[in-house]
Design a binder for this molecule. Structure first.
Ligand code: ATP
Ligand code: MG
Length: 496
């Protein structure tokens, strides 16, 4: 079989629509032609230092136009890019650079403090900063990839490490291509589309926006940090039509929006990354905000299931149906689940990874006959809409009933005094396990254990009502801001 290939995406885009604005960053616009020239120039500079086709290069950079250029430059050279989360500690970063067997490490002055501590742990890795790369002389004879081979690795991205140690996910050009196709076949595309990127580009939610950017020829507004007031202004005044958010961001955006609304041109609030509390979806509904719930993971190179526009109001709480190129089934003990019966979410499609980098055993456990076992629990309703319930590893059994911590968290966080909640379980003589809730309350608000338990009793079956509420000032989260329930469990152990 001959390898499937496509022309180099940014080059092709620059040939097709050179004068169209590609990216807006820090009040400056860059056309596709400019972006292509900048990427090529940087690629030639990198090549002058010896970076070559097939090398592995870890990248630690902020959301910035220079980072977008750097990523394309590395694609131009056929370098496999390890996307490092810039919220990781120096030790975690060092671990990922070594684990991925990176030969190169590119960063920037901004991280100089972290860099000093990372340097010590890296021997044999060649380290470059963007500020010095700028000063290099470009190499004329650098080999620029005219084509991308779809089976080849484009990026290696570590999972968030919510359920255990992060794993390096191999994402090929084909995975990114099909992810972009799946998204556009669902959301559509107009000449006016402009995607706002306030999510990190080292995460698949952000990186995938920049794949769509060049593949669709669609403008992207990039910001270094997510700011809800800026987001609302961009939607109201600058023609942003689509934005990707996680729950915490949407919470802030809604608070800032108050009683104001969005123009009709705003067509998609893409909400993913974790469970969406019901009250948030209801609030969006009442404000007429087109929120599209989506389910995906690093292993699926962004969304794999998204709620189509026509169902966003009637199937509230559902993540939707698998995108056009992808498939999904729910499995219980090796058989296909019945409608509404919870089981493990299993997916396949050309956007799904071929496996974890240098982890054969984990890969074999996760991928069987071309299907990825996600470790998430959910069900399909009778019309085939997916409802994500929780991670299998967080599910527990109380008095013979399955309990999903996310459901309890969603209910508790609806209480007006509650800012956020995290639920885990503890051993219980009578029931086996019982839920325990950790709760952070809003400033200047008061509530107590009795009130919250009685609130839970009104909204949840008795076996889901926490036996104990523990008030705390914050919840343990990882560098992707995801709740670490295993840390809650640990702290319970420490309290005993
Ligand atoms: P690790 O695999 O290392 O434990 P992680 O799974 O948190 O980390 P990501 O790939 O960033 O790493 O996150 C994907 C996960 O996020 C999904 O497997 C799922 O558990 C959760 N998730 C994503 N979208 C949703 C959603 N719509 N509803 C509920 N959970 C979701
Ligand atoms: Mg995962």
């Amino acid at each position: 079989m001959t390898a499937e290939r496509l022309p180099n995406w940014l080059r092709k885009r620059a040939e097709l629509s050179p004068d169209r604005v590609a990216v807006e960053f820090d009040n400056r616009s860059y056309t596709f032609d400019e972006l292509n020239k900048m990427a090529e120039e940087t690629a030639r500079k990198l090549a002058s230092k010896g970076i070559r086709y097939g090398d592995i290069c870890a990248v630690l950079m902020r959301n910035h136009i220079d980072s977008v250029v750097m990523l394309h430059a590395l694609f131009y050279l056929g370098v496999k890019i390890v996307m490092l989360n810039n919220r990781l500690t120096p030790n975690e970063l060092t671990w990922q650079i070594i684990d991925s067997q990176s030969e190169w490490f590119i960063s920037e002055e901004h991280f100089s403090k972290k860099l000093k501590q990372i340097d010590k742990g890296l021997s044999g890795v060649k380290i470059l900063k963007k500020e010095e790369i700028r000063l290099f002389t470009g190499m004329d004879e650098a080999r620029i990839q005219e084509e991308f081979i779809l089976q080849e690795t484009a990026t290696i991205m570590y999972t968030s490490g919510t359920s255990g140690n992060p794993k390096g996910v191999i994402q090929t050009f084909g995975n990114h291509w099909w992810s972009a196709m799946g998204s556009v076949l669902n959301l559509g595309l107009t000449e006016e589309d402009c995607w706002f990127c306030g999510v990190p580009i080292f995460h698949i939610s952000g990186l995938s926006i920049f794949m769509r950017n060049v593949i669709y020829g669609m403008k992207v507004i990039l910001v270094e940090k997510f700011d809800e007031t800026e987001v609302n202004a961009m939607i109201q005044q600058k023609g942003v039509t689509i934005i990707s958010v996680v729950t915490a961001m949407l919470n802030r955006v809604l608070l800032d929006l108050g009683n104001n609304s969005y123009p009709d041109s705003f067509r998609c609030m893409l909400l993913g990354g974790g469970p969406a509390p019901r009250h948030l979806l209801d609030e969006c509904k009442s404000k007429g905000i087109p929120v599209y719930q989506t389910y995906g993971m690093t292993e699926t190179s962004s969304q794999i299931v998204t709620l189509a526009p026509e169902y966003s109001m009637t199937k509230i709480g559902s993540a939707g149906k698998p995108l056009f190129p992808s498939q999904l089934k729910i499995e219980v003990e090796g058989r296909k689940a019945m409608p509404d019966e919870p089981g493990e979410i299993v997916v396949s499609g050309p956007n799904v990874t071929m496996g974890y980098l240098n982890r054969e055993e984990e890969t074999e456990k996760a991928i069987k006959n071309g299907w990825l076992y996600t470790g998430d629990i959910g069900y399909l309703d009778s019309e085939g809409f997916l409802y994500v319930m929780d991670r299998r590893s967080d599910l527990f059994i109380s008095g013979g009933e399955n309990v999903y911590p996310a459901e309890i968290e969603s209910i508790i966080s609806q209480h007006p005094a509650v800012f956020e909640a995290g639920v885990t379980s503890t051993d219980d003589e009578k029931w086996g396990q019982v839920p325990v809730a950790f709760v952070v309350v809003h400033e200047d608000t008061e509530t107590d254990e009795k009130e919250l338990i009685s609130y839970c009793k009104q909204h949840l079956a008795a076996y889901k009502v926490p036996g104990q509420i523990i008030f705390c000032s914050s919840l343990p989260r990882n560098s992707s801001n995801k709740l670490l329930r295993r840390e809650l469990k640990k702290s319970l152990g420490a309290r005993k």
